[in-house]
Design a protein around this ligand. Structure first.
Ligand code: F6P
Length: 455
């Protein structure tokens, strides 16, 4: 079988202890056939550098390049995360329309392609990940690369009227045609992309799985909902439950119920709305005050982007307000923690929780929702409260589904989840875990790669 080459902005290097689920899955795929992982080194340098950092581990090569401060600012903190990220998450109000950052984004994609092309063998299959690298294949083709190249978009596709507001939308759409297979998270994302094609893209939908651009180039499209390593999370959660960090958390609760949220500190995650919903729940049920603690873990993310800085300030204000207003000498309703934890400790925290609040305003998939389900003890599982606007909702309809903008509705859902009888919790959980055991991360990547290889 031919070698696999994975390309993504961040590379999970073999010595990194905090690799998440996707990194583990891609490493699994690379080890299966041997391969190369190419991307940014994570280093910002002062002067442009042509250095290629190469490491080898277990039949996999890791090749990374540095970015200058200016490249990082224009490409990552600029076009990727101040233009594409808000646009793709339906937030036209936050989109930055600057042309300068788009130029840097294209230049960095070109540099990635120029460094990657000489590393490729003629029969490698190349799999590019996410919105940072949309024009990558186009530049690789210009350099004469004829390999199979696939693209997977981890984030949502918004409705076509929003996409059309991006000045460079046609260029980016045409660049997608350099891929052989473009994968989206859900059927809804695929549907919205297909409606964009004739309305604003100047192309046509040839059939469910084939798009043709105005220039006549065809490429395949499909929905491939990403998943988790279900068996690994089940084992990690059971193991971590008895170990010190989880025990300390449980003891600190003093027998109170635990509501948990774990999200990157990002405006797409609906955190201010969630804090307000928890407060609404406290206001509505004064008799339950002191019974439940809400732990929100929210590691800082993209801290150099102004919209993320103002979110951080807003959440600090809200947590202080709720605690100031509702806490008692022996009880703090909200524990708000801006740091990350190892993956297995988080799995143990999920198992210790009675309820998880996963209420993004928009999310491509949301793997926390799936991991929370996998981490439960099936004899006494916790309840998942899940946003209808997360991709995961279509695969987890037995969760308590909510509209995350509807603060009263989320407050109702918190009360429903906290008082749900054991039999109902077990039934809902059993339906969800069965699906997650079948449609796990290995099934996801095998299906995508089989279809890319078959194009
Ligand atoms: O959700 C999209 C995504 O690219 C995820 O795959 C990833 O976990 C996250 O964003 C990482 O963001 P960043 O690399 O900006 O910290």
């Amino acid at each position: 079988m031919s070698r696999l080459v994975v390309v993504s902005n961040r590379v999970a290097l073999p010595n990194e202890s905090r690799a998440g689920g996707l990194a583990v899955a891609l490493q699994g795929a690379l080890r299966e056939h041997g391969g190369l992982w190419f991307g940014w080194s994570g280093k910002r340098v002062r002067e442009p550098s042509d250095a290629l950092h190469v490491q080898e581990a277990q039949d996999v090569s890791y090749a990374t390049i540095d970015l200058t401060h200016a490249e990082h600012a224009g490409y990552y903190s600029g076009f990727a995360n101040r233009t594409l990220w808000p646009l793709l998450h339906f937030r036209l109000d936050l989109v930055d329309y600057s042309r300068e950052t788009y130029a840097v984004y294209r230049a960095v994609n070109a540099r990635f392609a120029e460094r990657l092309a000489p590393l490729l063998r003629h029969d490698d299959v190349v799999w590019v990940h996410d919105y940072h690298l949309i024009p990558l294949a186009h530049r690789l083709r210009e350099l004469g690369v004829g390999n199979r190249i696939g693209f997977f978009l981890h984030v949502p596709v918004p409705s076509s009227d929003l996409l059309a507001a991006l000045p460079s939308h046609r260029e980016l759409f045409d660049a997608l045609a350099a891929y052989d297979l473009v994968g989206f998270q859900t059927e809804r994302d695929l549907g919205r992309f297909q409606s964009y094609v004739p309305l604003f893209g100047g192309g046509r939908v040839v059939d469910r799985g084939t798009i043709e651009t105005a220039g006549g180039r065809r490429f395949r499209v499909g929905a491939y909902p990403i998943s988790i390593d279900t068996a690994l999370i089940e084992a990690q959660a059971a193991d971590a439950f008895g170990r010190a960090p989880v025990q300390r958390l449980r003891e600190s609760l003093g027998g109170r119920g635990l509501v948990i949220g774990v999200d990157r500190l990002d405006y797409s995650k609906g955190l201010p709305e969630r804090f307000r919903a928890f407060e609404r729940h406290l206001e509505r049920h004064p008799e339950l005050r002191g019974d439940t603690t809400y732990l929100q873990i929210a590691p800082e993310s993209r801290g150099e982007v102004p919209e993320y800085q103002s979110l951080r300030r807003e959440l600090e204000g809200l947590a202080g307000h709720i605690n100031g207003r509702h806490a008692a000498p022996e009880w703090t309703p909200v524990r708000y923690v801006n740091r990350n934890f190892p993956h297995d400790v988080l799995a143990g925290f999920y198992r210790a929780a009675d309820v998880a609040l996963v209420t993004p305003l928009r999310d491509g998939m949301n793997l926390v929702a799936k991991e929370f389900v996998a981490a439960q003890d099936g004899t006494d599982p916790g309840v998942l409260v899940l946003s209808r606007f997360a991709g995961a909702a279509s695969e987890l309809p037995e969760a308590v589904l909510v509209n995350p903008y509807d603060v009263d509705g989320v407050a109702d859902a918190i009360a429903q989840a906290l008082s749900m009888p054991g039999a109902e919790r077990r039934d809902r959980w059993a339906a969800m875990i069965e699906r997650l055991r079948r449609d796990d991360i290995t099934a996801w990547r095998r299906r995508y790669l089989a279809e890319l290889r078959a194009v």
